[in-house]
Design a binder for this molecule. Sequence first.
Ligand SMILES: Nc1ncnc2c1ncn2[C@@H]1O[C@H](COP(=O)(O)OP(=O)(O)O)[C@@H](O)[C@H]1O
Ligand SMILES: [Mg+2]
Length: 422
Amino acid sequence: MNILIVDDEVVSRKTLHRLMERFGDCKSVENGADALKMAMFENPPDLILLDIMMPHMDGYEVCERLKADPQTKDVPVIFLSANTRTEDITRGLELGAVDYITKPFQKAEVIARAQTHLSLQEMRKHLSSQNIILEKQISEIKEKTEQLRQKDIQLIEMDRMAGIGTLAAGIAHEINTPLGFVKSSISGLKKGMGKMAGAIRYWDDKPGSEPLVKAYLDYLAKTDCDRLMDSFDSKFDRIQRGIERIMKIVNSLKSFSRLDMEPVGKMDINQSIEDAVEILNIPEDKTIDFVKKLLQDVPRIECSVSEINQCLLHVLNNAIDAVDHQGIITISTSYNEKEERVTVRIIDNGKGMSPDVLRQALNPFFTLKAVGSGTGVGLSLTERIIKRHGGTIHISSKEDEETTVTMTLPVVGKCAGDMANR
Ligand SMILES: Nc1ncnc2c1ncn2[C@@H]1O[C@H](COP(=O)(O)OP(=O)(O)O)[C@@H](O)[C@H]1O
Ligand SMILES: [Mg+2]
């Protein structure tokens, strides 16, 4: 340790020097100016023994200046003085000194006090170096947390993109069916119109005479005009229904993916469920009955609408995957007024999960589906999104019977502000 002795009295300075040598590197100076120079421009000492009565600059002033400099303010100072008046001692301590020894001093006392303050100083230094390490670790942890958060956002985004891909394929299929019958109806109409046009032209060419009227009526009978007209009606109906179906799908997609909305909004969960069901991709070999028990006037939920939509799609797609050729998926919404929370429950009568599968279902990358048809991130992402919204997700299941997924969300978004910043 480094000790600095400041005393204008040669005998006292030398005695102190001898006493302090046992603690390490010891330097002595005879006036305040030298003391400041040494303390401030070299490595700050670990302890200063400071005489008060000195010419030019007294010990009090030296102490005051040391305490005013950030580099030396923590160096412990012990005053040594022949002044034994309480106010002198108090003044010294008030200036920031750690101790005050009266002269003439007992050698053992000086050694003991110096020892105490050097140990304290050593501990202080150790603590402050530990503190620096801790602060570094905290900032590393903060950085890692931020990296994880970014990864999380990336994963959600990737999942959303993959979801959009699946949605697009499903929608293309959904739209193709009505488009198919619009197309066939139009070509039927075109043929029929051709026959009608033929009849009209026939009349135009041969106006007037009675036999011609008869001939025309024969012609009309041959072309089966009434039936033709009836088929026109049904074809126009089919075209209209086809176009309405396409419009419904497009509108559902638009409101479901919230293409024109901000990241945080007020979600009408019932509408989202209706839209999700409309755009779900149901494999051709499955017939699924969607039973909707939606609470009327359920309050709107403050949330990231697209993320919660993503969750709905994940759970509904899992339900579709779980059911066999003939399935029933029941979707219900309810509201707990006291807790101001909305609950969405999705029950399927599919293959269910064993306790072992159920335990792992929420783990990231856990999947029982074939490569290419399952990624295993659906439920884990859903859980993360729901939890970030201050909600809960609970899954219960009976193997070979049914699975129930219950998601509860607070009406007032817990982290709406946070999400808006993303
Ligand atoms: N409704 C359900 N019925 C039966 N099993 C389910 C159901 N939902 C999820 N699972 C099981 O949990 C696993 C993980 O689901 P998820 O995280 O969505 O990933 P993925 O659907 O890509 O496999 C599924 O592979 C499936 O085994
Ligand atoms: Mg899934």
